[in-house]
Design a protein around this ligand. Sequence first.
Ligand code: AHM
Ligand code: MG
Length: 326
Amino acid sequence: MITTVQQHILQEQRRFPHASGEFSWLLSAITLATKMIGSKVRSAGLTDIVGAAGDVNVQGEVQQKLDVYANEVLLHCLSTRASVGVLASEENEHPKIVGHASDDAKYAVVFDPLDGSSNIDVNVSVGTTFSIMRRPDGASCDEPERWLLQPGTKQVAAGYVVYGSSTMLVYSVGLGAHGFTLDPSIGAFVLSHPNIKMPKQGKYYSVNEAYAPSFPPGYAEYLQMLRDGQVNHPYSSRYIGSMVSDFHRTILKGGIFLYPPTSDNPEGKLRVLYEAFPIAFLCEQAGGKASDGTNRLLDMQPTSIHQRTPMVVGSQVEMELFEKMV
Ligand code: AHM
Ligand code: MG
């Protein structure tokens, strides 16, 4: 028997006594949009869509870069859901207050429409990340910051889609992390990885080692210990440079992914709201741990929409050693 993501969301919703169904309707906007994005990503080499936004193609049409397309699709699909009042994207400086944001809109959605998009030109996997927050009591439509700037523990749902050798969606509403693989023959995300549990320990660490000289104290020694086999076995490294793909491997195989502060990015590179929070949420839901380098990442109280943070996520064994050493 197959379970589609739509069925799965409805089943999860039944566990909440007052569920109205509008939340599953909201999530269906994300599955629709990501299927549209996935389809464009699949044909990226064929359709002139690779390259800089604003270039004019042979038909004289202005080309749209894939990340611009992905952003527009998500904004459009989510704007049609009456439960959504505020949208924020990596691609837009300011949040969008949705036109019909009547007084009953309940949710804010934040996303990175196409993370790792510099990898598209060379046919490497990219992804979409998203997080959903509930509107705080009394927050009006013209104060979107109040909707958005909440600690990661307040996420009501989060997830990512990885456009890899297959397209996969991993999401959580706080009842475990579940993975779905897009079956292109029927156009549906089908449950393939129920209740993902990250192994307690993995074999790989994942970090951009070119920046190692500027990592804060402790990081170099920590990575050395992993390499030396001082933690049960010697580690190998894997770094795609596409966070969703690097994390997807980590959640399935265990290990650790780090984006520490560096001299170029002293606050880290990844964005709190739509990159770090959803990944940290899924990591914890799968039994792993997530840190901002010092504290539990999900406890962070963001102060601006595009704020960055150092990020370290992974399996229990690696994370506990990290907390001790760094
Ligand atoms: P982007 O949102 O501009 O695509 O940047 C985020 C990406 C992540 O996917 C990845 O983990 C990181 O940048 C890689 O950065 P670096 O090249 O500095 O290692
Ligand atoms: Mg990004």
